[in-house]
Design a protein around this ligand. Structure first.
Ligand SMILES: *Cc1c(COP(=O)(O)O)cnc(C)c1O
Length: 391
């Protein structure tokens, strides 16, 4: 392979040999199509006329007044299917089409990624199979119905804890035997090379638009950009364009769950005891693990942030101190969810509410003309049952 996909000490490829041909083919095709004019124009066409790009950058008039600096939201919540995940699903599905694959497989926890893949699969005429833990299928009835309506086959996984990590294992097992006609459509900047790099490429449209839009609105770049970090794809998507602008502070916000001391959270970077470097699902990165190196159970009110590992590039960006990582607890996220709904008329996804919570905390310490951009990764419709229970 041309590059081994390392981000400093992190990333790489840790997979059984049987998967190497598929990863090599994927890397080759990606490196070629990335600069292909026809591919770019097909992709841009779909993003514009199907997914709803460019998304607006909205100024929060009310919050800005109250919290004392200029607060903007990058509106990924307005995309088709309700979150940034569609950018990646369409990108990879189009790539798979160009390589001649006929079938998409994916794994999903809460079902959001499964819905994005089923959507791209329907639009681009794939047979789509989505692996999902039996327990998650029970908990996420609406998304299971969505996937079925979109023509995807939802395969229940009965092994292990019957949740996301078991679904990942099943999807990988499937791919080992089906790489000829099947593309494995991974959902975040995780897994073995080339996934983290390729998914960053498809999500970096967020930051490119943001830079143009903030320069148009303010005539200068922001002081702070905030995004929530599950696997880390919406965060890398908005950060990437600004990494070289050293004066801009970049902040990633993980799920603090019930608090770090409680052990019930998904904060790989803030928990000094459980969060350590390890290898999981094909990549080397920060992982929540016990003293024996077994994956530690994670928890968050936001299903999309509830994962044991973080994208390897985030581990690197933290090591070189280019991005700083914080966390917001369930309680802080729900509070931010309410504030944004009431003050700006925008109901955010609970994941995105973590970024809002941190941003509002910092806003009070900033100068009046300071500028914060929050990546609003998704909308909150999917979370209403949960919010009703909490309130
Ligand atoms: C899936 C999801 C996330 C977390 O994924 P990242 O890869 O960290 O971006 C965040 N927000 C929303 C709305 C999601 O659906």
């Amino acid at each position: 392979m041309k590059s081994l996909g390392k981000f400093g000490d992190f990333g790489g490829i840790f997979v059984p040999e049987t998967l190497m041909p598929a990863l090599e083919q994927l890397e080759r095709s990606f490196l070629k199509l990335k600069y292909d004019e026809k591919f770019s124009s097909d992709l841009n066409g779909l993003l514009r006329k199907y997914a709803g790009r460019p998304t607006p950058l909205s100024f929060c008039e009310n919050l800005s007044k109250e919290f004392g600096c200029k607060i903007y939201l990058k509106r990924e919540d307005l995309l088709h299917t309700g979150a940034h995940k569609i950018n990646n699903a369409i990108g990879q599905a189009l790539l798979a089409k160009r390589i001649g694959k006929k079938r998409l497989i994916a794994e999903t926890g809460a079902g959001q990624h499964g819905v994005a893949v089923a959507t791209a699969g329907a639009r681009l005429n794939f047979k789509t199979d989505v692996y999902m833990g039996a327990k998650d299928i029970e908990r996420q009835k609406l998304n299971v119905l969505r996937m079925k309506l979109l023509g995807a086959n939802v395969i229940p996984v009965e092994s292990g804890s019957k949740t996301l990590k078991d679904a990942i294992n099943e999807a990988l097992r499937d791919w080992t035997g089906s790489i000829k006609d099947t593309h494995y459509l991974l959902g975040s900047v995780l897994g073995p090379h080339p996934y983290p790099t390729m998914i960053k490429f498809f999500q970096s449209v967020i930051g490119k638009e943001t830079k143009k839009q903030i320069l148009e609105a303010e005539g200068k770049l922001p002081d702070l950009i905030v995004a929530c970090v599950g696997g880390g794809s919406n965060a890398i998507g908005i950060f990437n364009e600004f990494i070289k602008d050293k004066s801009i502070k970049l902040a990633g916000v993980e799920a603090g769950g019930s608090g770090i001391e409680s052990g019930k959270h998904a904060s790989r970077f803030s928990d000094k005891k459980l969060g350590r470097c390890g290898v999981v699902h094909g990549t080397k990165t920060y992982v929540l693990q016990d003293k024996y190196g077994q994956i530690h159970n994670t928890y968050s009110v936001a299903a999309g942030l509830d994962y044991c590992a973080v994208g390897p590039e985030h581990s690197f960006l933290r090591q070189i101190k280019r991005v700083e990582y914080y966390y917001a607890t369930d309680k802080e996220a729900v509070e931010a969810f309410k504030i944004l709904s009431r003050q700006e008329g925008i109901i955010p996804a609970l994941e995105s509410a973590h970024a809002v919570a941190y941003a509002l905390k910092i806003a009070k310490t900033m100068k009046r003309d300071g500028i914060i951009v929050i990546n609003l990764s998704g909308r909150g419709d999917k979370d209403l049952d949960q919010i009703e229970e909490i309130l």
